[in-house]
Design a protein around this ligand. Structure first.
Ligand code: FUC
Length: 837
């Protein structure tokens, strides 16, 4: 530990008395994290070459940088979160409203292909299918030293959000440090050498963007550009970047469109980038003014003060959670080698590193005031990225934010909440123009322009639950934080999402349930429906509607509003279809028993009710729990990255840590290892393949769920611990109701110590595999009845309809210890594992 901070000390070029470093050391001693014996660092003994997925990601929520660490020509791929193709636009198909009665009729008559054909014509957008997140370009630094080098190392330090590349060339030790400053809004590249006058290079800028102009001037490079047109929407995002060089010693000058440095001692490069984007309907910003303001501010500061401010800002978030699953010799190997041997070796620290890398990525990709993390977070190098690197909201965007609350990064959810607000405006147009109803909705994709029309063809795009699912995140934020002002502010969005369903649901002619129609279960088709996915009342939709109705009812009660609307929603909720258990004992994906038991489709959308929702529980709904398990087994493990990440969360909810761990092994394998998809790239980016960041975030959520869950009436400690994690510790997780798990230690499947801080007061109900006893005068009582803490009260799930063919195999669960502690606001409660039986 001391070694680490003394290194930082040198890095910051400060003397040892510096207060900042002392404070860090003190903090570190107080929290006792000398236990985190291995640095949270990704490192490699070779450069990235030309492989973008080998490069190391940096980000401050707005500026993204991928550092290649190539010795001869360094390459830093740059992104700015608001550089997108196109311009403000909406993509509703106005034929929808008049075609709806016919589409509904065809669906209820079982003429699915006909209904799909008509939906393709009348519902799917004839305009933009969504715009693309675009790269700015690559800053290149071609060094004069030749290609031979030794003692090479490049790292991404998660403790300080800093990338470092070091090597020796011609007996000179070179060092490059790069960070994307959270506090000063520029990319900073610091080049040093062990001997004076040894830094000589030519720097230039390349880009795949066609409308870009690069010029060199006496202090650096100046870049201007404009985003591209796409699918008939004019590209109107203009951008500017200034790359400015602070050169100590030697000589520097502009040459054509390059900037040349000769025989310098030390160079700091500042990259400032900005666009004209103000918000989804306003592009009147001035990129040049923005770039100049960021640059002037940053350029005036010393490298050490910029780094210090950056690290302090970042650590405020990152240091909230520490995890230790044990360390073996493997932890000292380069990250790519560890990835290769993880599945067959013994390297629990790689899981801890991967966990913290995911938290690092969320801090880096999603900052308050900025854009939400896209399919690729903040990192894209392609003019035409996979799925446009936009927002797929039938799973992927939501998955990005699963870790936010529980992994103690609540503030990182703000860009998502802001996007939901924008969508509630654009989606109100769609609800009205296409469906003739009040409220708001979004189909399965959106982008920076917050378009809400249906895209990609009826098979994929006829999904209307963007509003319903996204609104769950607003409610969850309230559940975790108890922030009533937030709920008050966002209640209209929840209400609008509920209102859409209240108006749009129709009665199914057979059972008279209220269903969404047209509808689909994301991207899957039931057998015998002529390959069409179009349907009415899919299980996932019914669950989402049940949730948004229930959450809105609760929120309205809490805020003492909308009594009549509460009654309406309660009446409608009673008429929603129940879940069905089908002939194979499976949870049915559709209202009819049409699941194929050999279907291994990556989307298992009907398990939304198990996770992220809480309608299926081992304790409250054992029959549904059993059916969900059969579905999981039938669908299999290996799939795309995000699908496997979702499965980790599901197996954690199944209380089966060993199965969840198997999926972690699949995920922590080099891309291409698992026939069928998934895995990780060398830089630990999740592979769909291709790279998609949702899998990284989904795994962080899943690992958290293995160690602590709080959705089901209790704070459940180590509910899904795999046998492999015999001893461990995690601190800083957040549970519903404002409980912070300040410390949680376990050994051989038993909790040995837990410390909980109550930030809101109220009853704390703890569940643990073994007995717990309290310290000092903390009084614990045996838990009886429902948890009286209002944050822990469940709405209940309607009784399922069970196929007569389904056999009954519900097994009893392992007994657990449950206790109640009446907490007070601000109180800290320490309990120990009781070794007595
Ligand atoms: C959904 C998924 C795909 C992919 C895409 C971005 O369409 O079915 O697997 O993740 O989103």
């Amino acid at each position: 530990m001391w070694h680490y901070y003394s290194n930082i000390n040198k890095k910051l070029e400060m003397n040892k008395k510096n207060l900042y470093v002392l404070l860090l050391i003190m903090l570190c001693n107080v929290t006792g994290y000398a236990q985190q014996s291995t640095r949270m660092q990704l490192w490699y003994d070779h450069p990235s070459g030309e492989v973008w997925e080998n490069a190391l990601p940096l980000g401050n929520g707005r500026l993204g940088a991928m550092v290649y660490g190539n010795v001869d020509t360094e390459r830093i791929a740059l992104n700015e979160a608001t550089l997108w193709s196109g311009s403000p636009n909406q993509n509703n198909n106005l034929k929808a409203l008049s075609a709806l009665p016919e589409i509904r009729k065809l669906i209820f008559e079982g003429q699915y292909k006909k209904a799909e054909n008509l939906a393709n014509e009348a519902i799917i957008s004839k305009k933009s299918q969504g715009q693309m997140f675009e790269p700015v370009g690559d800053l290149k630094i071609a060094f004069d030293g030749g290609t031979a080098y030794n003692e090479y190392k490049r790292t991404l330090d998660l403790d300080s959000a800093l990338s470092t590349t070091t090597y020796v060339q011609n007996d000179v030790q070179f060092k490059r440090e790069v960070f994307t400053s959270f506090t000063d809004q520029v990319v900073v590249i610091h080049l040093t050498a062990s001997r004076p006058g040894k830094l000589s290079f030519t720097s230039f800028f390349t880009s795949v963007e066609p409308q870009i102009d690069v010029k060199a001037y006496k202090e650096g490079l100046m870049i201007h550009g404009k985003s591209i047109d796409h699918e008939g929407v004019e590209g109107a995002v203009t951008f500017n970047s200034n790359v400015r060089f602070k050169v100590d010693g030697g000589d520097s000058y502009a040459a054509d469109s390059s900037f040349v440095v000769k025989k310098a001692n030390e160079v700091t490069i500042f990259v400032s980038i900005a666009t004209n984007f103000n918000n989804y309907h306003d592009l009147s910003g001035n990129p040049e003014k923005r770039v100049a303001a960021y640059m002037d501010n940053a350029f005036a500061k010393t490298y050490s003060s910029l780094l210090k401010a950056h690290v302090a800002y970042y650590q405020k978030y990152f240091n909230r959670v520490h995890i230790n699953l044990g360390t073996t010799a493997a932890a000292h190997l380069p990250t790519d080698q560890r990835l290769k041997s993880f599945a067959t070796g013994n390297d629990p620290q790689l899981v801890a590193l991967y966990y913290q890398f995911g938290r690092y990525l969320l801090i880096s990709a999603s900052q308050p005031g900025g854009q939400p993390a896209t399919l690729q977070g903040l990192w894209n190098n392609k003019l035409f990225p996979p799925w446009d690197s936009k927002y797929t909201i039938n799973i992927n965007t939501e998955m990005n934010y699963w870790p936010a609350e529980k992994a103690n990064l609540s503030e990182m959810g703000q860009p998502l909440f802001a996007m939901i607000k924008d969508l509630s405006v654009m989606g109100a147009q769609t609800a009205k123009q296409m469906y003739g109803v009040r409220g708001w909705m979004a189909h399965h994709n959106t982008d920076i322009w917050r378009s809400t029309g249906a895209v990609d063809g009826a098979f994929w795009g006829l999904w209307s639950n963007g509003g319903g699912w996204l609104s769950r995140h607003l409610w969850e934020h309230y559940l975790y934080t108890g922030d009533k002002a937030f709920l008050e502010m966002n209640y209209p969005l929840m209400k609008g999402a509920a209102l859409f369903y209240a108006d749009v649901l129709v009665e199914d002619p057979v059972n008279h349930w209220l269903v969404l129609c047209p509808d689909m279960s994301p991207e899957n088709a039931p057998k015998d429906h002529e390959g069409a996915s179009i349907t009415a009342g899919s299980t996932m939709s019914n669950q989402i509607v049940f949730d948004i109705f229930s959450q809105t009812i609760k929120a309205a009660r809490l805020l003492n509003r909308d009594r009549k609307f509460i009654d309406t929603l309660e009446n409608l909720r009673r008429r929603l279809p129940p879940m069905h258990i089908g002939q194979y004992g499976q949870l049915q994906e559709w209202l009819e028993d049409l699941d194929n038991p050999t279907d291994h489709h990556r989307h298992i959308s009907h398990l939304y009710g198990l996770f992220p929702s809480n309608q299926i529980s081992p304790y409250r709904t054992p029959r549904l729990f059993d059916a969900a398990k059969r579905t999981l087994i039938q669908r299999g493990d290996i799939s795309t990255g995000w699908s496997m990440a979702w499965k980790i969360n599901w197996w954690a909810r199944m209380l089966d840590g060993n199965h969840a761990y198997m999926l972690i092994q699949n995920q922590l394998s080099p891309v291409g290892t698992n026939a069928g998809g998934g895995g990780s790239y060398n830089n630990l980016f999740d592979a769909h393949p291709p790279f998609q960041i949702d899998g990284n975030f989904g795994c962080v959520s899943g690992i958290t769920e293995m160690l602590m869950q709080s959705q089901d009436g209790t704070v459940n400690l180590i509910p899904a611990l795999p046998d492999r994690w015999t001893k461990g510790r995690i601190s800083g997780l957040q549970a519903i109701g404002g409980f912070e798990i300040m410390d949680l230690k376990w050994k051989e499947g038993r909790v040995t110590e837990v410390v909980v801080k109550s930030t809101l007061g109220g009853n704390l109900r703890l569940r643990s595999p073994n007995n717990l006893k309290a310290e000092g005068d903390v009084r614990i009582r045996k838990a009886v009845g429902e948890n009286p803490n209002p944050f822990y009260q469940n709405v209940g799930t309607p009784k399922p309809v069970i196929s007569p063919k389904a056999t009954d195999v519900v097994k009893s669960l392992k007994p657990t210890f449950e206790c109640d502690i009446q907490t007070r606001k601000g109180g800290v409660y320490r309990l120990y594992g009781d070794s007595r039986p």
